[in-house]
Write a protein that binds this ligand. Structure first.
Ligand SMILES: [Zn+2]
Ligand SMILES: [Zn+2]
Length: 445
């Protein structure tokens, strides 16, 4: 007689596929309210930490559905949390899955990054997963641990880093795996989002009449210009994967007054925290050298939150690609990855809990952060792609729940990639600690 597992395995796989279909049907059944939710967020764009109407729309959405426990203003004024627990055996939840919603917009051009669609996809995937689990017969063949689903509304991705605030406040504690997806020009399970450090540079000089007694002045604008040029020269020695971009925010008030104050704002980016720490050190030398040359005082002010690079999770990505392909998603191949992406506070999440942040096509070739992309993110056409992405995320979550070996691999990937990353940070040449204080931050996780 053949062993029991061998005869049962194909039947269970079939049952899991049925469950995935059920998740998709549940998402389709809610396509209208989901589309309205997305449209409501899109039509009233709000900046980071000010997403009050989006917060109200999302909390209303979950409060109006059965069995969701909603916590508005969760740890941040415009963050929220909605929980649903599934315990077929009455026991405590064994697995805690999170779906993240972003909903902030950009100044001047509205939802040019399509975060209204991120919110919709997060909500849709959670509804789909809940619907699929509810359809399971308690005494059916598919056995799973009790599951808790948390939808986390994470404000301020474009500016500030709301997820970093939420991590610090403990909002991600206890989560086993998190899911979200970001609109783009193509479908990719992973793009190398880079680490980012923002810095504001303030030069203090001395005002004087620029014609009568220029020698009495100390020119802060000269320091700013020198710093800008120092960084431009540094570019020749930078790795192709590093990015430095900045503006002069304040360059004086009148040509006949030697500027006593000038201010620069720079973003520094690199593919890993280790490289970002090296780049930051080099950039700071450029800023300080300009002060020395002009006789100005300099003050360097780092942003409140550094964005970490997004750590890959190959096992989750593989499952997501398999599910996406079943829905007709065409993924770009690794060869077509055109180098770098931007930066996201989801990077910091990947240092705390295993997760996936795939990108999805929304029916337009427009580029993110353009007015054309704003139009595309609010279009009817984008709805098909957003819902398809939500289905693939819900299906991947079902894999995590019903395939214990997958969950184990996801955890192992997370552990190894993070260890590797932290090993680099603690390498002897950086024993003195990074200029960002990143070494200390990571060692504490
Ligand atoms: Zn963006
Ligand atoms: Zn974005």
């Amino acid at each position: 007689m053949r062993p029991r597992e061998e005869t049962e395995a194909p039947a269970l796989a079939l049952r899991l596929e049925e469950l995935k279909r059920r998740a998709g049907e549940c998402i389709e059944a809610s396509s209208e309210p989901l589309g309205e939710l997305s449209r409501a967020i899109w039509s009233r764009p709000e900046l980071a930490y000010e997403e009050r109407q989006a917060h109200a729309a999302l909390t209303r959405f979950f409060a109006g559905r059965p069995a969701w426990a909603v916590q508005p203003r969760y740890k941040l004024e415009t963050a929220f949390r909605a929980d649903w627990a599934w315990a077929p055996d009455g026991g405590p939840p064994g697995l805690h899955l999170g779906f993240l919603c972003e909903y902030d917009a950009l100044p001047g051009i509205g939802h040019a990054c399509g975060h209204n669609l991120i919110a919709e996809v997060g909500a849709a995937a959670a509804l789909g997963l809940k619907g699929a689990l509810e359809s399971l017969a308690p005494d059916g063949p598919l056995r799973a641990p009790a599951v808790k689903i948390t939808v986390l509304g994470t404000p301020a991705e474009e500016d500030g880093g709301g997820k970093i605030d939420l991590i610090k406040a403990g909002a991600f504690d206890g989560l086993d795996v998190v899911f979200m997806a970001h609109p783009s020009q193509e479908d990719a399970a992973y793009l190398p989002d880079v680490a980012e450090h923002d810095v504001t540079v303030k030069y203090y000089g001395k005002a004087s009449h620029a014609a009568a007694y220029p020698w009495e002045g100390v020119n802060a604008l000269d320091a700013a210009v020198l710093a800008y040029n120092n960084l431009s020269l540094l570019r020749q020695q930078m790795k192709p994967t590093w990015r430095v971009h900045g503006i002069i925010k304040n360059g004086g008030v009148k040509p006949n007054i030697i500027p006593s104050y000038a201010e620069l704002e720079f973003y520094l980016r690199a593919p890993s925290l280790r490289e970002l720490s090296i780049l930051t050190e080099k950039a700071e030398k450029c800023f300080k050298a300009a002060a020395l040359a002009t006789g100005c005082e300099v003050e360097l002010q780092g942003g409140a939150n550094d964005y970490y690079n997004v750590l890959p999770n190959k096992s989750l990505e593989k499952a997501y690609i398999e599910n996406g392909k079943k829905l007709g998603v065409e993924f770009i191949s690794d060869d077509n990855l055109n180098g770098l992406s931007g930066s996201t506070d989801f990077g910091n999440v990947t240092f705390v809990v295993p997760g996936i942040h795939p990108y999805f096509y929304i029916g337009s070739d427009a580029l993110n952060h353009t007015e054309q992309y704003t139009t595309a993110a609010g279009s009817k056409e984008a709805q098909f792609y957003a819902l398809r992405t939500a289905k693939a995320l819900a299906m991947t979550a079902l894999d995590v729940i019903f395939k214990p070996d997958l969950l184990e691999k996801v955890r192992e990937d997370f552990r190894i990639v993070k260890l590797n990353e932290e090993g680099h940070l603690n390498a002897p040449e950086h024993g003195k600690g990074s200029v960002l204080g990143i070494g200390a931050a990571c060692a504490s996780h």
